[in-house]
Design a binder for this molecule. Structure first.
Ligand code: GLN
Length: 446
């Protein structure tokens, strides 16, 4: 049924770079066979799952929506992909993204932009726009995305679904094509909080193949559902409730706060004084790491190569000039500059120090409250082309999500209602490895 749905709506939505119909049907048959043999088919038996096209899938093209990886077929599976297979999932395909996950609208995909299922003239958000749209449009039941500065939560908000960025280290990054390694995390998209918890159960856990993976006890995330939230303290960071928030977003959030209050949650204003530095700090650290991570695309080891060049140096530069799009080049240049001799201390090192201050703001807030509530985005989904000529206005769409990555915390975007015909969401931010509390509150609200 999901593949039929893809056939019917995909020409309009364009959520997928690659649809894996044959493979998916084969995986579904294998689940049936397991059941027939009396074996446990796994917690995601037969569930159609879409995977963002920056996660390695053995034998399936993994493009990062970039020309430089257009025909790259990985020889191995990402750990999350292996885990999905073991859980009985059925792969629907690989979803579109902003090239190398850099962007907030999927307009930076080198192939095509994905449309927002609620309004085809608007963006689905990004960079995991394909994953979010696939779930919102019924082209998958759940999906995986990656979030470096908001790329799960922001598209989830624009598409009216649940999106969760786990604590840094909770989900293995092995096989996730690296953008900014100290910020990247994989997480679930789902239509319900319960589905998100179920998918998180499958993908979370320690992985020796990722040196930043946390070796701790992981709870059963489903056990946090249907719990009382009476007396839970929720902080409202005053720096996140600023002028410039769309009136419809503000109203939906105020209503959500009332609902949570009626369920017994207690709200309190808190302050995260270094919030205003998140954007500049993010746009030093993320491009710095990206410039280093993307050095490997040289026309030799992966994907696209220029064949016109006369010598090897020209081959490197022509391959990269043709293979990368404008936003990726902008980030490589920004990052290379921030890391260069003479500027390192003034930019990169200073950014790392301010990152610590941002983290300490959260530590302090969590001595007073159990979690935080903010808008996920300042506005609902915007129109195609509205922000493409001004990179900074595009960067600002993640203004409420970036600090969470800088501090390594878990964050979930929860649908709160509508502004006209467009979905609006709020974000819950938790203590490290306290995804359970986020799911509990989100589920109580839902
Ligand atoms: N929009 C932010 C950026 O362009 C975040 C992207 C992401 O989370 N992958 O970097």
């Amino acid at each position: 049924a999901t593949f039929d749905r893809i056939e019917a709506v995909e020409p309009k939505i364009q959520a997928y770079v690659t649809v894996t119909r044959e493979l998916g049907l084969k995986m579904a048959r294998e689940v049936d066979e397991k059941i027939a043999r009396g074996e446990d088919p796994g917690p995601l038996a037969g569930v159609p799952v879409a995977i963002k096209d920056n996660m390695s899938t053995a034998g399936i093209r993994t493009t990062c929506s970039s020309k430089i990886l257009e025909n790259y077929i990985p020889p191995y599976d990402a750990t999350v992909v292996e885990k999905l297979k073991a859980a009985g999932a059925v792969f629907t395909g690989k979803t579109n993204l902003d090239e190398f996950a850099m962007g907030s609208s999927t307009e930076n995909s080198r192939f095509f932009p994905t449309k927002n299922p609620w309004d085809l003239e608007r963006v689905p958000g990004g960079s995991s726009g394909g994953s979010a749209a696939s779930v919102a449009a019924g082209e998958a039941v759940v999906a995986l995305g990656s979030d470096t500065g908001g790329s799960i939560r922001q598209p989830a908000a624009f598409c009216g679904i649940v999106g969760l960025k786990p604590t840094y280290g909770a989900v293995s990054r092995y096989g996730l094509v690296a953008f900014a390694s100290s910020l990247d995390q994989i997480g679930p998209f789902a239509r319900t909080v319960e589905d998100a918890a179920l998918l998180l159960n499958v993908i979370a856990g320690h992985d020796p193949k990722d040196s930043t993976s946390a070796d701790i006890e992981y709870p059963d995330y489903l056990s946090f559902l249907n719990q009382d939230i009476k007396g839970l303290k929720i902080g409202l960071p005053k720096e996140y409730f600023i002028d410039g928030i769309d009136a419809g977003v503000k109203k939906a959030i105020d209503d959500a706060i009332k609902v949570l209050e009626s369920l017994g949650a207690v709200f309190e204003e808190v302050s995260l004084p270094h919030t205003k530095y998140s954007l500049p700090v993010y746009y030093l650290i993320a491009p710095a790491e990206a410039s280093s991570n993307l050095a490997r695309y040289d026309g030799v080891r992966y994907g696209y190569r220029d064949f016109e060049a006369e010598d090897v140096v020209e081959m490197f530069s022509r391959t990269r000039a043709e293979g990368f799009g404008a936003e990726v080049k902008r980030r490589i240049m920004l990052g290379t500059y921030a890391l260069s001799a003479g500027y390192y201390d003034a930019y990169y090192l200073k950014a790392l120090k301010v990152r610590t201050l941002i983290k300490e703001d959260f530590d302090r807030a969590f001595t007073k409250v159990d979690l935080l509530l903010t808008p996920t985005t300042p506005t609902p989904a915007f129109k195609f082309g509205e922000k493409t000529s001004d990179p900074v206005s595009m960067y600002l769409s993640d203004i409420f999500t970036m600090a969470v990555n800088l501090a390594g915390l878990p964050g979930i975007s929860v649908p709160a209602g509508f502004d006209g015909h467009l979905p609006v969401s709020f974000q819950l931010i938790g203590k490290p490895f306290d995804e359970g509390t986020l799911l509990k509150v989100a589920h109580a609200f839902e």
